[in-house]
Design a binder for this molecule. Structure first.
Ligand SMILES: Nc1ncnc2c1ncn2[C@@H]1O[C@H](COP(=O)(O)OP(=O)(O)O)[C@@H](O)[C@H]1O
Ligand SMILES: [Mg+2]
Length: 446
């Protein structure tokens, strides 16, 4: 006769895997910090010798063995693993490079590592002299939709905008001072305008001037007109706006030359002109001709845009160009413009040709990742930025309403266009109305 307590053993034994499965299903994040982490850690360390060998990451060393007579044998030496850490979606770990290895050797082995570690993907997060940091994700972190933080909830840094999250788990940030111009490409409904929304949303509270070119009848950018010093929606307006920017550029050049500096950031703060971000949505419209009479005007617009891109960097003029295609079929100036723009964001595209246009010259090895972006994941993009590497990321869902609200809330920061052109607006001058001590100001004025 079994002691009565033993009857509890089978249900208890069944409860353990069942609750583990439920835990894994309902809270994958806490699971991945708990049992998931232990399991992954054991798998990675216990199988590393075999895995490294299978992925071609081990080094063969010749060794002289004395036991049983002197002879030379080959020994496979695995790279050392360090700093195994949990992340929200999996884990990361650092590997020491063998002599003669480069991070590219690991890049070639990432798919193999993902299979060996039974995870969705493995990426290189960072690397330094002699090491790489690998990030393994059990599920694609880009599956989740994230919203932009509430307006004003976070502080800002000048000309830096949070766009979303990279698949390494790091924030995806655009820093115009590092990479001045950005090209955003993608099919319709892939998330281009959402990026523009995020830029308006992020730049609105900053002492930065925004101008817009929107030849799609203004439907894309008009909601943000409150925060824009100027918005051009017809071709003559675009030419006028771009030549105005050219004048600003020339004045700033003179200012810098006279002060003996190379760019506006070396000028004293008191005289430093305000940075200007130029937003262009649906760039193809700028180049498309309705009839022959527009030819000269298009050539002029194209030249002005190119000049702004070539010279803008040093003088605080930053360009963001969004469109479905930016190929040579649009006109002669387009390829030259693209080569001036070193920041790239490529959303889902319909054909390999477009992906090549967006990324081919800077990150040819990213093309297959760009081609694999599924239609049901808008906002996912491959981006190339300051370090020249490419990353997959997903933008925060910044809706038109949110950007519109930000534009309205910070409308008082908008410098008038005339003052921008005359050089009267300095970066320091715009202080949010709420921060001004009006009583003291009145006292000082009287
Ligand atoms: N990061 C994102 N996460 C979730 N949904 C997104 C994201 N970005 C865009 N979307 C969705 O995709 C739709 C199309 O985006 P939009 O930016 O207008 O594309 P495009 O300008 O390329 O045509 C939006 O209405 C939005 O609902
Ligand atoms: Mg759009």
């Amino acid at each position: 006769m079994l002691p009565e307590i033993l009857w509890a053993v089978p249900p208890a034994a069944a409860a353990v895997p069942l609750s583990a499965a439920a835990w894994h299903h309902w809270s994958p994040t806490t699971w991945s910090y708990g049992p998931g982490l232990v399991g992954s850690g054991l798998r990675v360390y216990l199988t590393w010798e075999r895995v490294a060998q299978g992925c071609g990451l081990s080094h063969t060393r010749h060794k002289v063995k004395v036991k049983g007579g002197v002879r030379r044998v080959n020994v496979e030496k695995k790279p050392k693993l360090r700093r195994f850490r949990p992340t929200a979606y999996g884990f990361r770990v650092r590997a020491r490079l063998h002599d003669g290895q480069t991070p590219d050797d690991y890049r070639d082995a990432l798919v193999r590592l993902a299979h060996a570690w039974r995870v969705d993907s493995v990426r290189i997060r960072t690397s330094g002299p002699g090491w790489v940091e690998l990030v393994a994700a059990r599920t694609d972190p880009l599956n989740t939709v994230t919203e932009a933080p509430p307006l004003g909830a976070e502080g800002w840094e000048l000309l830096k905008v949070r766009m979303g999250t990279l698949e390494t788990g790091d924030p995806w940030v655009i820093d115009f001072r590092q990479v001045p111009h950005w090209l955003i490409m993608g099919a319709t409904q892939s998330g281009k305008s959402t990026d523009i929304n995020a830029l308006v949303y992020g730049l609105a509270p900053q002492p930065v001037a925004l101008v817009g070119l929107d030849l799609k009848g203004g439907v894309e950018l008009t909601p943000y007109a409150d925060r824009m010093s100027r918005l051009a929606t017809t071709r003559p307006e675009c030419t006028d706006l771009l030549s105005g920017l050219m004048d600003i550029l020339t004045d700033r050049m003179t200012l810098c030359r006279e002060a003996g500096v190379r760019n506006i950031w070396q000028l004293p703060e008191a005289v430093r002109p305000m940075p200007i971000v130029i937003l262009v949505d649906e760039v193809a419209e700028l180049y498309l001709m309705a009839d022959k009479s527009e030819k000269d005007e298009i050539a002029r617009t194209s030249t002005l845009l190119l000049r702004n891109a070539q010279l803008g960097r040093a003088f605080g003029l930053y360009l963001v160009v969004a469109g479905q295609r930016v190929g040579s079929d649009l006109g002669p100036g387009v390829t030259a413009l693209r080569s001036q723009i070193t920041g790239r964001i490529c959303h889902r595209v319909n054909d390999a040709e477009t992906a090549k246009m967006a990324l081919g010259d800077l990150a040819p090895d990213s093309l297959s990742a760009a081609m694999k972006i599924p239609a049901e994941m808008p906002g996912v993009a491959v981006t190339v930025g300051a370090d020249g590497r490419w990353y997959r990321g997903r933008s925060d869902l910044t809706t038109e309403e949110m950007a519109k609200e930000a534009a309205a809330a910070y409308a008082d920061l908008t410098p008038p266009w005339e003052l921008l052109v005359s050089g009267g607006i300095k970066e320091k001058e715009t202080v949010p109305a709420a921060e001004i001590d009006w009583d003291r100001l009145e006292e000082e004025m009287s």
